[in-house]
Design a protein around this ligand. Structure first.
Ligand code: PEP
Ligand code: MG
Length: 579
């Protein structure tokens, strides 16, 4: 078979080879034609058999969930099975088959639509949220009646390389790390959430490989070079040899960097830079500590809200946060409040249809409208602060009022806990993400009401440049080293530093070796990143001085294009590392 080579965007470094597993949602086509009276019994049978298969699948998913996540989440599938086996539902479907001469799939689909409509218009929020469960259950049932298989990431049996058009954060969260060797998506950019997740999970990955699905078949042999974005389908013997060597070199470099693990991140002139990890769940704490993280600069709390069918309780959230806080002992753990919307949706929460979701109802905007949900989270974060050093961070800020309102709600939560005799740290630090040009431009005023800033450079880049971070068609325009992004950061950092507010970076630029000298030079004192990037960044910190970094930053700020900036930073970095 001929070898095919495709280029995508590097998401997580590393070389892997394995068999292709295509993860795609099949199209479901309903049989609209009326059936003959003689077929009624046959359609009943199709319904019964489809239902039995769906039940077996749900039993299996329940078992996997019990093993991987926990009993509470597994119980949700008991509820799904109960709905599937509901006699009232069966009767409605069979009546449509008999009286209207509908095919089994059409009858089931019709009943499904009625159930979904009924649930989504209910008064009670809990019941309304069950509409998402109904969609899931009936989609499974209808596809089984039609004999269509719906692939699940959790059902991969042999360790494979996953190929998909796109993966949601919740798909990636479901991945069994022992079975998914690597993955490729047709959509996405280097800072889209699927790419960030691959780095957090340390799964070699390539995104934005637009033609990938035109060229792969299940079971084919494939090699990914995550560092370069190279994909090789049906590799030749020479390709295999070349990538074997590359993998060996990559492992050697990792071993060399691992020797830095216990050394401090201190510049040659004795200035300490905090190198922290970005985490998505409490499971990520250990790998982060293994790479030498000295705290968490960004706990993406929204992952706790995904892959489930209801809001996490105060108790559950407190436990998840406290697990990370305890793991990091005396080091600061910054928990970002819920950042949903954009590409991060929840199955059980109905978002309005939006033409521009990234400019829409997301993050702090949702929290300030849904105060109950916000308060549950703030109370949990406060409670977790009793176990160590915690910071709270608000995402997607554009105004002082938003921060003031959030701080008022936080004060209310503190008062409640105090009255209830529940412990928390009264001096908990509170900061904002600077991820909109609006926030950067009011840094002077924001600095009066917060303890720290952290640049969300992924969003700051997309909003400054008006370039969608996940759109592979305009990937060449997406540039976090564009002069406008760097100048906004330099201005806002100067404003914050004057007021004694410390400044960090938690977007992907924080783990980009090309940016380290510039960021240190403008006064950033904390860099938070995917754990795998920490050793390399530490090597750079230890090789320079602050005056040298300042000089580099000054020069960068005088350059007018991203290309010039990258060239200059590449040369500066080489000089610093090779002297
Ligand atoms: C960012 O925007 O840079 C950031 C860190 O937040 P997220 O990537 O989760 O949007
Ligand atoms: Mg962001």
């Amino acid at each position: 078979m001929a070898t095919i080579k495709i280029k995508g965007i590097s998401a997580c470094p590393g070389v892997v080879s394995g068999k292709v597993f295509i993860f795609a949602q099949p199209e479901i086509k309903i049989n609209e034609k009326q059936i003959a009276t003689s077929q009624i019994e046959q359609e009943y049978k199709l319904f019964d058999e489809g239902r039995t298969k769906a039940q077996e699948q749900l039993e299996k998913i329940k078992e996997i969930t019990l093993k991987n996540i926990g009993a509470e989440e597994a119980e949700i599938f008991d509820g799904h099975i109960e709905i599937l086996l509901d006699e009232g539902m069966e009767e409605e479907v069979k009546t449509l088959i008999k009286d209207e001469l509908y095919s089994a799939d059409k009858a089931t689909q019709t009943v499904a639509e009625q159930y979904i409509e009924m649930f989504s218009t209910m008064e009670d929020t809990y019941m309304r949220e069950r509409a998402a469960d109904m969609k899931d259950i009936f989609r499974r049932l209808v596809s089984n009646i039609l004999g269509i298989h719906i692939p699940q990431l959790s059902e991969i049996e042999e360790a494979s390389v996953v190929i998909a058009f796109d993966l949601t954060p919740s798909d990636t969260a479901q991945m069994d790390r022992t079975k998914v060797l690597g993955f490729v998506t047709a959509e996405g950019g280097a800072t889209s959430h699927v790419a960030i997740m691959s780095r957090t999970l340390v799964i070699p990955a390539i995104v934005g490989a637009r033609e990938i699905l035109d060229h792969v078949q299940n079971g084919q042999e494939i090699i990914l070079d995550g560092s370069e974005g190279d994909i090789i389908i049906n590799p030749s013997a020479d390709d295999k040899k070349f990538y074997d060597t590359k993998l060996t070199e990559y492992k050697k470099e990792l071993e060399r960097l691992a020797t830095l693990k216990n050394l401090p991140a201190v510049t040659k002139d004795g200035v300490h830079i905090e190198l922290c990890a970005n985490v998505g769940t409490d499971i990520d704490a250990k790998p982060a500590l293994d790479q030498g993280a000295k705290g968490v600069g960004l706990y993406r709390s929204e992952f706790l809200y995904m892959d489930r069918s209801n809001w996490p309780s105060e108790e559950e959230q407190t436990n998840a946060y406290a697990n990370v806080v305890r793991a990091f002992d005396e080091d600061l753990v910054i928990i970002r409040t819920l950042d949903i919307g954009g590409d991060k949706v929840l199955d059980y929460f109905a978002f309005p249809h939006e033409l521009n979701p990234f400019l829409g109802w997301r993050a702090l905007r949702v929290c300030l409208d849904k105060v109950d949900i916000f308060k549950t989270q703030l109370r949990s974060i406060l409670r977790a602060s009793a176990f160590g050093k915690v910071g709270i961070m608000y995402p997607m800020v554009i105004s002082l009022e938003e921060v003031q309102k959030s701080n008022d709600i936080l004060e209310e939560c503190k008062k409640e806990l105090l009255a209830e005799g529940i412990a928390f740290d009264p001096n908990i630090q509170c900061g904002v993400m600077i991820e909109t040009p609006a926030a950067a431009m009011i840094a002077n005023e924001l600095a009066d009401i917060v303890d720290f800033f952290s640049y969300g450079t992924n969003d700051l880049t997309q909003y400054t440049l008006a370039v969608d971070r996940g759109n592979p068609h305009i990937v060449s325009l997406y540039d976090s080293l564009h002069p406008s992004v760097l100048r906004l950061m330099a201005q806002a950092t100067a404003a914050a530093t004057t007021k004694g507010v410390w400044v960090g970076v938690c977007g992907e630029l924080g783990g980009n070796p090309l940016a380290t000298l510039f960021l240190m030079g403008i006064g950033v004192t904390e860099l938070s990143m995917s754990a795998i990037s920490i050793p390399k960044i530490k090597e750079i910190v230890r090789a320079t001085t602050i005056p040298e970094a300042k000089e580099i930053a000054q020069k960068v700020l005088s350059l007018g294009t991203g290309t010039e900036i990258k060239k200059f930073l590449t040369e500066s970095l080489e000089k610093v590392l090779n002297r």
